[in-house]
Design a protein around this ligand. Sequence first.
Ligand code: HPA
Length: 272
Amino acid sequence: MELRTQIAEAVAFLNAKNITEAHVGIVLGTGLGRLADEIENQTVIDYADIPHFPLSTVESHKGKLIFGEIGGKKVLAMQGRFHYYEGYSMKQVTFPIRVMRALGVDTLLLSGAAGGMNLSFKKGDLMMITDHINLLPDNPLIGPNDNELGPRFPDMSETYAKSIQSKIETIAAEKSIPMQKGVYVSVIGPMLESPAEYRFLHRIGADAVGMSTVPEVIVAKHGGMQCAAVIVITDECDPDNLQPLNIAEIMEMAGKAEIKLIELYKTLIAQL
Ligand code: HPA
């Protein structure tokens, strides 16, 4: 079935649940799902019920689409996202972004966890993504292009909207929320990196490394949305002094930083 038809079927299902038009899309990553609690007048839909939505396999991710309002703005939030390492195709990973776009979303805010390779970053810091490097071995735009969904060769000159970046910086300063800035590189995972890999990724220009975000941003840009992303630095990736790490620690760090991110995004959404 054509992607466009799948999107239309998912949209028709959501329309029937009174989810009609949203302005801001939000992708809630690892350990950051509680921003969803701030959404007023919620309609909650399990991914499992939405036609053509993939199912979430990672326990730390809930699979729910939440529609409602923050700061008077209609939002559509993904509580739980899909990762390529789970075995989904890139088209599946990014399908919810296509559905958001079809429901009117023109601004996409993303979050997630990442390792900090810039050694001035500390565990628990927030980092605003200013740009990215895609090292995933696949791309959601491969295959015949549907011009109705976006152009064959999308422009990536301003991948993360400068106007939203300056709003984020202003809000962070006003609220005394420390905010790092940097380049995010996406890798396939699911293992964390070896010291040599962290050294390589840092040398090619990345400040933080993670296993998500970039496919969703590519599809959002393809569809003409503006994007912004703030991630939590969950581990310090110094190749010369690398400590063993487990997912529980990553979750704990993400949870600690969550309060700051919620405050930031709530204020931001009201201004969008
Ligand atoms: N590498 C890749 N992905 C990650 C990391 C990391 O060190 N930390 C959190 N997500």
